[in-house]
Design a protein around this ligand. Structure first.
Ligand SMILES: Cc1cc2nc3c(=O)[nH]c(=O)nc-3n(C[C@H](O)[C@H](O)[C@H](O)COP(=O)(O)O)c2cc1C
Ligand SMILES: C=C(O[C@@H]1CC(C(=O)O)=C[C@@H](OP(=O)(O)O)[C@H]1O)C(=O)O
Length: 390
């Protein structure tokens, strides 16, 4: 499968085209809207989220609730667009307005793509950078991830993205029995964290940062359950699924780190404490009694749950402004802002879940075929039995 996204943060809409989804997959707008709504929730978001009501429109590739095998086009409207038609160039600007628009966007925001993007693409109006580099794009990435999750669900593969840390508050969640149980708890938390006491502290930490005109980041975790052995491959660097997941997670706005399983901690431990010993019984075939490596060996899944962590830096636009330099006047200034999120870690957990879902689904289709759901199911069931009796 492959996909492209297009659209600006304050343009009319965001669009995605997905190619390679098999035919006969039951798919409705509700399957996607559920995830769009999850992404919009979360303590710490700014005023923009009160304007947007993200809902998908499917205009190709699905008929009567089933995919046809043709490219699927997804659209999500920007409700905020009506306030931006002049600035975005859909309506002519008067001379005064032209000055106003230009003045605002010669001031690069530290931590954003503004300055590098302006120099690279030779834009003196940095709105041309801001609009596309904004995390508004993660809306359609979540829509695309929802299609991947709908596919994976057909094979009983479930995911959950949740929050482990916000600022200096760390979740001390109880071990959970299943993804379903974890999902239930995190969905009821305003910060998408399974530890109730930590959730409250995380909210306080967000409030505190906001009161001080500051922002905070955090760490999210995505767990994938019921993953078969052998997704991805060891034979070539760009087919290693852990590597593909890492790229995908790091491509999410503001993500600065990714770990699989123990991740960086493994580097500080002994080999005997890190590797997951192999066991066997008739019912399960080969399995592991631990999962320190997060479900991966040799770029391939090993049948244990996939565990991915992503680290998000604090939001760069701050009410407590940072120092920058105007690209026209070369004068220093301190940035003034109208609105921003103070923490988007809970929303980013949903984005990270979507990114991982896409990579797992893509590797799944690489292994089990990609034309019709019926063929894929046959291959999958035969393979599971082969792997169990290997
Ligand atoms: C869901 C989400 C919401 C975000 N909201 C904001 C925001 O309101 N203000 C802001 O300055 N950055 C926000 N960001 C982060 C910026 O988009 C990001 O830092 C910027 O595009 C630069 O990219 P980089 O941090 O990956 O280098 C958000 C990121 C995500 C994932
Ligand atoms: C719109 C979304 O996030 C936006 C991401 C973002 C940024 O700079 O990345 C800045 C803010 O947008 P605005 O400048 O319009 O207030 C966020 O609201 C969204 O998540 O849907």
């Amino acid at each position: 499968m492959r996909f492209l996204t297009a659209g600006e943060s304050h343009g009319p809409e965001l669009t995605a085209i997905i190619e390679g989804v098999p035919s006969q997959l039951p798919l409705t707008v509700e399957d996607i809207n559920e995830h769009l709504a999850r992404r919009q929730k979360g303590y710490g978001r700014g005023r923009r989220m009160q304007i947007e009501k993200d809902q998908v429109r499917i205009t190709s590739g699905v008929r009567h609730g089933r995919t046809t095998g043709a490219p699927i086009t997804l659209h999500v409207e920007n409700k905020d667009w009506t306030h931006w038609t002049k600035i975005m160039g859909a309506e002519p600007l008067s001379e005064d307005e032209e000055q106003e628009v230009k003045r605002k966007l010669t001031r690069p925001r530290p931590g954003h793509a503004d300055l590098n993007g302006a120099i690279k693409y030779r834009h003196r109006d940095m709105r041309n950078v801001l609009e596309r580099s904004s995390a508004r794009e993660t809306t359609v990435r979540v829509a695309v991830g929802a299609v991947a999750q709908t596919l994976l669900k057909q094979f009983n593969i479930e995911l959950c993205g949740h929050v482990l840390e916000i600022g200096d508050v760390v979740s001390e969640q109880e071990p959970f029995d299943s993804i379903k149980a974890l999902k239930e708890v995190t969905e009821s938390s305003e910060v998408r964290c399974a530890d109730k006491a930590a959730s409250e502290k995380m909210k306080q930490a967000i409030d505190h940062a906001k009161e001080n005109g500051d922002s905070i980041g955090g760490i999210v975790e995505v767990i994938v359950e019921n993953v078969p052995i052998g997704l991805g491959s060891f034979v070539h660097y760009d087919r290693k699924l852990d590597g593909k997941i890492a790229q995908s997670v790091l491509s999410i706005n503001a993500f600065k780190g990714v770990e699989i399983g123990l991740g960086f901690e493994a580097a500080r431990m002994k080999g005997s404490q890190v590797h997951d010993e192999i066991a066997h019984n008739e019912e399960r075939g080969f399995y592991r009694q631990s999962n320190r490596l997060g479900g991966f060996e040799g770029g391939m899944t090993n049948g244990m749950p996939v565990v991915v962590h992503g680290a998000m830096k604090p939001i760069p636009t701050l009410y407590k402004p940072l120092q920058s330099v105007d690209i026209d006047s070369k004068e220093p200034f301190t940035a003034s802002i109208e609105r921003s999120d103070s923490c988007a870690v809970p929303a980013a957990a949903v984005v990270c879940e979507a990114a991982v879902a896409w990579e797992i689904a893509d590797a799944f289709l690489d292994k089990f075929g990609s034309d019709t759901m019926e063929d894929i199911k046959k291959h999958y069931e035969a393979y599971l039995e082969e792997a169990r009796t290997f």
